[in-house]
Design a protein around this ligand. Structure first.
Ligand SMILES: NC(=O)c1ccc[n+]([C@@H]2O[C@H](COP(=O)([O-])OP(=O)(O)OC[C@H]3O[C@@H](n4cnc5c(N)ncnc54)[C@H](OP(=O)(O)O)[C@@H]3O)[C@@H](O)[C@H]2O)c1
Length: 176
C-alpha cells in the first residue's frame, strides 16, 4: 500500500478558489473521472482526507467515493456521515485502521494541505501528485500554508491531460 497525495492546483499556485473550493470544480471539463482521476484511482482502494475536505461531500449531489473505503482525520463526526466512514482524531491510529483493512491497494490522500502535512511529517507519504490547471484563480489557499517547504520532491513522471491540465508526479523523500 502506498499513500498518494494528489490534488489540483491553479496555474497561479492555489489549491482552492478564493471561496474555498478545490479549483477543479470551476473547470468546465470537471466531472466524474476528469483530470486523470479515473486512471489514478485504478490502483486505489481507500480515500483519506481531513474533516474540512470531507464535510462538503455530505451535501453533494452524488457521493464522491463510491468505490473507495473512506477514512477521515477529525475530532468530530459530522451529522449525516455514513456508518461505513471511519473517523478518528489520531493520525497514527487512523493509519493503523487503514492498514488493518488494506488488501494491497493504494490510499488516495485527497487533502487538504493540513492533512497532507500531518502524514508527511509522520514519514508515510509516498508521492505527491499535482494536477496543474490551465487557468488562474487569483487568490485562495496555497499548499505551503501547511505543507513544509523543505519537503523533498523527486520527479517521477508527467503527462498532459484532456482539457489542458498537466499531471506531475513526485516521490516524497525526507526533508531537504
Ligand atoms: N485542490 C484540491 O485538489 C484539494 C483537495 C482537497 C482539499 N482541498 C481544499 O483544502 C481545503 C481544506 O484544507 P485544510 O488543510 O484547511 O483542511 P483538511 O486537511 O481538509 O482538514 C483539516 C482538519 O483535519 C483534522 N486534522 C488535520 N491534521 C490533524 C492532526 N495532525 N491531528 C488531528 N486532526 C487533524 C482536523 O479536524 P478537526 O477540526 O475535526 O479536529 C483539522 O481541522 C478546502 O478548502 C478544500 O477545498 C483542495
Amino acid at each position: 500500500m502506498q499513500i498518494l497525495a494528489r490534488l489540483c492546483m491553479s496555474a497561479d499556485g492555489y489549491v482552492t478558489t478564493p471561496d474555498g473550493w478545490p479549483p477543479q470544480v470551476i473547470d468546465p471539463t470537471h466531472g466524474p473521472g476528469s483530470h486523470g482521476i479515473a486512471e489514478f484511482l485504478r490502483t486505489c482502494e481507500a480515500a483519506l482526507m481531513g474533516r474540512t475536505t470531507f464535510e462538503p461531500a455530505l451535501t453533494a449531489d452524488r457521493w464522491p467515493w463510491p468505490d473507495l473505503k473512506v477514512f477521515v482525520l477529525g475530532s468530530t463526526r459530522p451529522a449525516g456521515t455514513p456508518d461505513d466512514v471511519t473517523i478518528d482524531d489520531d493520525p497514527l491510529r487512523l493509519l493503523e485502521k487503514i492498514r488493518a483493512s488494506n488488501r494491497g491497494g493504494d490510499v488516495h490522500l485527497i487533502g487538504g494541505p493540513g492533512t497532507i502535512e500531518t502524514y508527511r511529517a509522520l514519514g508515510v507519504l509516498d508521492k505527491l501528485e499535482l494536477v496543474i490547471l490551465p487557468f488562474f484563480v487569483g487568490n485562495g489557499m496555497r499548499l505551503t500554508e501547511s505543507l513544509n517547504t523543505r519537503t523533498g520532491l523527486e520527479f517521477e513522471s508527467s503527462r498532459p491531460l484532456t482539457g489542458g491540465a498537466v499531471e506531475i508526479v513526485y516521490r516524497v523523500s525526507p526533508q531537504l
